[in-house]
Design a protein around this ligand. Structure first.
Ligand SMILES: [Fe+2]
Ligand SMILES: [Fe+2]
Length: 318
């Protein structure tokens, strides 16, 4: 293809996005668009399945049958989110095996929030309320993103996320209406999860390298700082209902901006965790790789069964 032809294709491609048309897997797309989407969708898929780990280890310790059923359903939803997203990613020409290999070798990133430990039952409340709450704010705009398979997967993901957020908030509410020890557990969980949740929106706009291009492709509709502010403004009144204190002495309503001002985020901690030095990075990878290895016999058995079926089907046909 000549340079001129590529330029024309690119112009037509950008025009389609500007018209809010969906880009489908078999459509022509610039290589950079394909690569960026593989990176973002796979990171998202990895986050969903690594995100099962901190909560999965509480299923057996949930305090009642009702809590156990809800947590189990939530963790299963996250597995489902991972599967839709891996499938969407595969349509861009990368295999599932390659994607897993990137995760297991440490080449691919996943959301740093899952590198923090879950030490009490209240953490299940704080995660649902804050982490899934932040995920919704990040993900709702993606329902309108330009790449069709990603946008369609996100519609269902977001519906399920709102159930996750509510089940978490309900755990917090119950704890806050309970004994003083229970309320202390809830406060302690908020203290530990608040700042990492704010970090989920990524570095500040000034530091973010992908924002401009991603806005153009509608992979992003709002900047990191705008989304973070939206999360804070939405979450502070919810903490007030719980009667909990947000661990930020600088948090204050700003009447002029009609928004909350907030304190400095510890960006050193953020980068440390991103680089693999968070409290649970090693543990999470060990659990993930361990699950992959101990599941090998299941994959082998499924393949052998599929082959056997295909052979007997062939015999029937001939
Ligand atoms: Fe999810
Ligand atoms: Fe979720």
């Amino acid at each position: 293809m000549s340079e001129e032809q590529i330029k024309n294709l690119e112009a037509e491609f950008e025009a389609r996005i500007a018209r809010d048309e969906k880009i489908e897997p078999k459509d022509w797309m610039p290589e950079k668009y394909r690569k960026t989407h593989i990176r973002q969708i796979s990171q998202h898929a990895h986050s969903e399945i690594v995100g099962m780990l901190p909560e999965g280890n509480w299923i057996t310790r949930a305090p009642s049958l009702r809590r156990k059923v809800a947590l189990l359903a939530k963790v299963q939803d996250e597995a489902g989110h991972g599967l839709y997203l891996y499938s969407a990613c595969e349509t861009l020409g990368i295999s599932r095996d390659e994607l897993y290999e990137q995760l297991h070798s440490g080449k691919a990133k996943y959301s740093s929030i899952f590198n923090y430990p879950t030490v009490t039952w209240a953490d299940m409340g704080a995660i649902g309320w804050l982490v899934d709450g932040a995920a919704i704010i990040n993900q709702v705009p993606l329902c309108n993103t330009s790449f069709g398979p990603y946008a369609r997967a996100m519609v269902r993901v977001c519906k399920e996320e709102s159930f996750h957020q509510r089940q978490g908030y309900e755990i917090m509410l119950k704890l806050c209406q309970g004994t003083s020890e229970q309320k202390e557990l809830a406060q302690d969980a908020l203290n530990r999860w608040w700042w990492p949740s704010l970090m989920m929106f990524g570095p500040t706009d000034a530091e973010s390298t992908h924002t401009e291009q991603s806005m153009k492709w509608k992979l992003k509709r709002k900047t990191n700082d705008e989304l973070r502010q939206q999360f804070i403004d939405q979450t502070v009144p919810q903490a007030e209902i719980l009667g909990l204190t947000i661990p930020d002495p600088d948090l204050k309503w700003n009447e002029d901006r009609k928004s909350y001002d907030f304190g400095e985020i510890n960006w050193d901690e953020f980068w440390q965790v991103v680089k693999g030095y968070g409290p649970m990075n090693k543990e999470r990878m060990k659990a993930r790789v361990g699950a992959w290895e101990s599941g090998e016999w299941v994959r082998d058995a499924a393949m052998a069964h599929a082959e056997k079926k295909a052979t007997s089907l062939k015999k029937e046909v001939s």
